[in-house]
Design a protein around this ligand. Structure first.
Ligand SMILES: *Cc1c(COP(=O)(O)O)cnc(C)c1O
Length: 360
């Protein structure tokens, strides 16, 4: 608290990201980064962009990246918005598209940045409980009537959901979007490349649908900070209005060069996602053998609990062995560990350590 702070700042509860510890030989499975590096072509493009050109501002409209993404997804460039990480894209969406008199609806167990943005931008919110099996119940997101509180002002959810990893089928997403024509439905597909079907296929049909992606997970470029949204040109224009009232140049020259080259290297992208999916399937089987209940995952992490061991204690025991996973001290999920899919060797180290801890 400081008497120099604004009332808004006094009232904020900021997001706490997973830690980035500075410890050598750490098995770091806590923030859903990709275990293998980005496309070598992206790295080469970034290196090439480090030169005299850095004297100049980057393209404020990021046209090359928008065209590359438009081509990749079969949409028009005016249906694409890009930002400094998808967190920034989400932030602009909260202000531009999700703030209304009616409440913004989202799952109670979900990306914990959503309530933070509600606080920052003064967005009225309603958190809707997941079902007991941690799935999103479509019926809960359909308008119940026309009265106050019976319809959403807007809707946001990750698919696959985080931190559960559970995937909603595209038909289920479409039912929510189709039933809420007056509300923007934002689908945060940070993990969709690890086995889900993207709702981008529906954007030409539904002007209220906005799909947000990131380069941080499936493209192994978390350090570059690039995210994007795809939707109707009217939604994109709303985002551009906020962006151009905030920061004209959110994407620097290195980010633009690396992101374009990553999108153009489709073969590398597909292969590296498949590698993570294969490791996930092995890890799930091994965790189940150790007695863990593992939620079905469509992401590059798994959410698992052991019936006989406390989640916080397991996380602490792993940490003592220099293995870091994510544990949330939140209602309903405090017995779970969220474990990022690492390399095969990192996962083997984890399974070995869990075996020893459980035998103690
Ligand atoms: C990681 C993540 C993001 C943020 O990604 P950045 O592009 O790195 O900002 C957004 N949404 C969800 C659900 C995530 O897990």
């Amino acid at each position: 608290m400081s008497r120099y702070w604004s009332a808004v700042v006094n009232g904020l509860t900021p997001y706490v990201p997973g830690e980035q510890p500075k410890i050598d030989n750490l098995v770091k499975l806590n923030t859903n980064e990709h275990p293998y590096g980005p496309s070598p072509k992206a790295l080469a493009a970034i290196r090439e962009a480090t030169g005299d050109g850095l004297r100049l501002y980057p393209d404020p409209n990021a046209d090359a990246l928008k065209s590359a993404l438009a081509q990749r997804f079969g949409v028009q460039a005016k249906q694409v918005f890009v930002g400094n990480g998808s967190d920034e894209v989400l932030a602009h969406a909260f202000q531009a598209l999700l703030k209304h008199e009616r409440e913004l609806w989202f799952p109670d167990i979900s990306y914990s940045f959503y309530p933070v943005y509600c606080g920052l931008y003064g967005v009225a919110q309603r958190q809707i409980p997941l079902a007991d099996d941690f799935t999103i119940r479509v019926e809960d997101y359909l308008p119940q009537g026309d009265g106050p509180g019976e319809k959403a002002g807007a809707i946001i959810f990750p698919n696959p959901n985080a931190p559960t990893g559970r995937l909603l089928a595209l038909e289920a997403v479409e039912r929510i979007v189709a039933a809420n024509p007056d509300a923007v439905v934002l689908v945060d597909e940070a993990y969709v490349d690890f086995g889900g079907e993207s709702a981008i296929a529906l954007v030409d049909q539904y002007p209220n649908l906005l799909v947000v992606h990131t380069f941080s997970k499936s493209r192994s470029l978390a350090g570059l900070r690039v995210g994007y949204a795809i939707g109707h040109p009217e939604l994109i224009e709303g985002l551009e209005r906020v962006k151009n009232s905030f920061n004209s140049y959110p994407l620097d020259r290195l980010a633009l060069a690396g992101a374009v080259a990553s999108v153009e290297d489709e073969a590398f992208f597909q292969a590296s996602c498949q590698q993570v999916i294969a490791t996930r399937e092995t890890l799930v089987a091994q965790l189940q053998q150790l007695g863990f209940e593992v939620l079905p995952s469509g992401a590059n992490f798994v959410f698992a609990r052991h019936p006989a061991r406390d989640g916080a204690e397991l996380a602490a025991a792993l940490r003592a062995r220099a293995i870091i996973v994510r544990h949330f001290k939140a209602a309903r999920i405090d017995q779970f560990l969220r474990i990022t899919i690492g390399t095969d060797s990192q996962c083997a180290t984890l399974v070995q350590a869990l075996g020893e801890i459980l035998a103690d």
